[in-house]
Write a protein of this length. Structure first.
Length: 216
């Protein structure tokens, strides 16, 4: 299947038998041809979202609430329950029983599991024709946020997008102002971001940097 040209140096993915290529650039199968179970991807998302929680919620127990420690009624003879002080959880203004204490439970996945989840998510995007390669020549002409928006509008990509740019790329600041675009360096890309995005746009240099991170 020959490549289909798109405006402003964008091109669709080309699939060649027994090989993976993107704009005639060979992709390593160890990254872009990896299968993973849905259970692993689900576990990755669960761990990622759990670790992004701040854990600021904190309630006071009856020992932390300010109030009198006097016994509110005598032990016997009232016909009512035998209560202690007014700070018991059943009273308004009392302590909270079993409430959140501001503790954040951090979960972990092994390095092998995190990598496999990332590679599997990239494989799925590649099979869905949602990984696009862009040349640096098109980015070099962008000097304003308006020009960055125009570039994406003419290419008719679905949102949200992940734009993977090389480390310390000067054009990143213009794309960061666009609400539908998430700019990432190759080293900060993860499986959750890939799964959330409708499309991924790599520059040739960023793709090379990304592949070199894994020494494949």
């Amino acid at each position: 299947m020959p490549p289909v040209p798109l405006p402003l140096s964008f091109q669709k993915k080309i699939m060649v038998k027994n090989n993976l290529t993107l704009n005639d650039i060979t992709l390593p199968k160890a990254i872009f041809a990896v299968k993973a179970s849905a259970k692993l991807l689900s576990q990755y998302v669960y761990v990622y979202l759990n670790n992004t929680k701040k854990g600021f919620s904190h309630t006071k127990t009856r020992s932390q609430v300010t109030g009198s420690t006097r016994k509110i009624a005598r032990q016997k003879g009232t016909g009512r329950a035998r209560h202690g002080d007014i700070k018991a959880p059943i009273f308004v203004g009392g302590g909270v029983a079993f409430g959140p204490l501001g503790l954040r439970r951090k979960l972990k996945l092994t390095k092998k599991m995190r990598r496999k989840a990332l590679f599997a998510s990239l494989t799925n995007k590649l099979q869905e024709n949602k990984i696009i390669l862009i040349k640096d020549l098109a980015l070099a002409k962008i000097k304003k946020t308006k020009q960055a928006q125009s570039l994406l509008d003419k290419s008719k990509f679905t949102n949200p997008l992940i734009l993977v740019l090389p480390h310390q790329c000067q054009q990143a600041i213009y794309f960061q102002n666009l609400p539908q675009v998430k700019v990432n360096e190759p080293c900060s890309l993860n499986a959750y971001k890939v799964m959330q995005a409708s499309s991924l746009i790599f520059t040739e240099k960023a793709l090379s940097e990304f592949i070199s991170l894994f020494k494949i």
